[in-house]
Design a protein around this ligand. Structure first.
Ligand code: PM9
Length: 459
């Protein structure tokens, strides 16, 4: 059969509320043209994020009921630890309440001011946590990864020659660790090849630099490797995932993505001294090392989620879903990051709304238009998220790209929901020249996209 169906049926449903275009126009103005400020009830199709928004399976809900809530040494922790060790083969497993807590703890222990941390692309919370330690986050994605329309099987790869150059220029002792985000969220949810993981790891080992994966979407990355990397087609996603982690000294993970859970995260690593320091910090702010800010039931749900996410039928359906939306948008002439990524379609708003200069935030403008037109919530991944205001001139320093991400929550929406999104785009393509740019009205000192407010620029 050529149709790849959802490999599950629906047992519990959640109603969606329809709103009118006039209502949405008023709601987005009230929200300061920032979609994070909307109430979820006022959104019809919520593609803001794939983080923490998955539908859990009956086995995960059963695991929730079986969760062991002992303060120390709960059975659920040992299930969690054992599943993570099975996949990563890393020695220490430290639970955290979500990914950015893992990042804060890792960087608090590993970084000193003035040091640098390279990656393909750091995600916003990763970058912010590095900068919070007064260190520098450096993006070294391959040049192909910055050209939205260019087809390439592994656009998330890190440019190994630039990594070598960075090490030569800054010195290995100023690089306390190197990271690789799989899949590369900021660059369009694009995968990293096993060959590239191996090459980056070899360079790091040669210079004695610990190598960490940001493993939020490791299973989707593993399935892309199976589909696209020569010699990998016959291997299971688990075998490939284990191979990915074999090259790493540690990882951070938000279990809200490929953990198929609504909350949670962890750090896993081999270094005993770092692990000891991290556990001490964990006790200070997150909780005892066998729960790390999570309930026992959360640990149990994640352990089960990490197993289900590596199921091949699930991964085939998951990537097909995103490809379906991406290919239909391409057919409508909507410029997107090609090929579609693992968890989301990224629309190239700078190209689609070429009449809006980057300084007038075309990504944010497109996100708002999508909401007004069809009640769809997306997120800008561009100048709002990654640009910054020049403190001297007050001008906006724009990001490399202005993308709008349509992130697909795992196991939540059906094909007709996706067809509806495609229809809304059809309408927007017709009326795109009427969409106006936006200007910042307020911005906080870091992670500005979450709480900034905007105003429309008059025609
Ligand atoms: N990613 C996302 O929507 C959630 C926050 S922004 C709406 O893509 C990577 C690659 C991520 C990520 C979160 C985190 C942080 C780290 N690395 O959200 O703290 O994509 O669990 O994870 C979001 P937490």
């Amino acid at each position: 059969m050529k149709t790849i169906i959802e490999p599950f049926k629906i047992k519990a449903v959640e109603p969606l509320r329809l709103t009118s275009r006039d209502e949405r126009r008023a709601l987005i103005a009230e929200a300061g043209y920032n979609l994070f400020n909307l109430r979820a009830e006022d959104v019809l199709i919520d593609l803001l994020t794939d983080s923490g928004t998955a539908a859990m399976s009956q086995e995960q809900w059963a695991a929730v009921m079986r969760g062991d809530e002992a303060y120390a040494g709960s059975r659920s922790f040992y299930e969690f630890e054992s599943k993570i060790r099975e996949i990563t083969n890393l020695k220490h497993v430290i639970p955290t309440h979500q990914g950015r807590a893992a990042e804060r703890i890792l960087f608090s222990v590993a970084l000193r001011p003035g040091q640098v941390v390279p990656s393909n692309n750091h995600f916003d919370t990763t970058r912010a946590n590095i900068e919070f330690q007064r260190a520098e986050a450096i993006d070294l994605v391959i040049p192909e990864g910055k050209v939205p329309a260019l087809e390439h099987p592994f656009k998330g790869n890190l440019d190994v020659a630039r990594l070598e150059k960075l090490i030569a220029e800054r010195g290995a002792k100023n690089i306390p660790l190197c990271m690789l985000t799989v899949t590369n969220n900021t660059g369009g949810g694009q995968p990293v090849s096993l060959e590239n993981i191996r090459a980056v790891s070899q360079v790091c080992r040669k210079h004695g630099i610990p190598f960490f994966l940001d493993a939020c979407r490791f299973a989707e990355n593993a399935y892309f490797i199976k589909l696209r990397e020569p010699g990998q087609a016959e291997r299971t996603p688990l075998e490939i995932a284990r191979d990915m982690f074999r090259h790493a000294d540690g990882c951070t993970m938000s279990a809200k993505k490929d953990g198929l859970a609504n909350i949670g995260g962890f750090i896993a690593l081999n270094d005993d001294a770092w692990a000891r320091d991290m556990r001490n910090l964990l006790i200070l702010t997150e909780g005892f090392p066998t729960y790390g800010g999570l309930a026992g039931r959360d640990l149990a749900a994640i352990a089960r989620g990490l197993e289900e996410v590596l199921d091949e039928d699930y991964l085939r359906y998951r990537l097909a879903c995103v490809r379906y939306l991406g290919d239909h948008l391409t057919r409508l002439g909507v410029p997107i990051v090609r090929p579609p990524g693992g968890h989301a379609v990224f629309v190239d708003a700078r190209a689609m709304l070429s009449h809006i200069p980057p300084g007038e935030l075309p990504g944010q403008a497109l996100s708002c238009a999508l909401y007004v037109e069809g009640g769809i919530r997306s997120v800008e991944i561009g100048t709002v998220m990654f640009g910054r205001r020049d403190p001297e001139s007050g001008r906006e320093i724009v990001a490399d790209m202005d993308l709008v991400r349509l992130a697909i929550p795992r196991r939540v929406y059906t094909q007709s929901h996706v067809d509806y999104v495609i229809e809304v785009f059809e309408e927007l393509v017709r009326r795109k020249d009427d969409i106006r740019g936006l200007a910042f009205e307020y911005q906080p000192p870091f992670l500005r996209h979450f709480t900034a407010r905007f105003r429309p620029i008059a025609a």
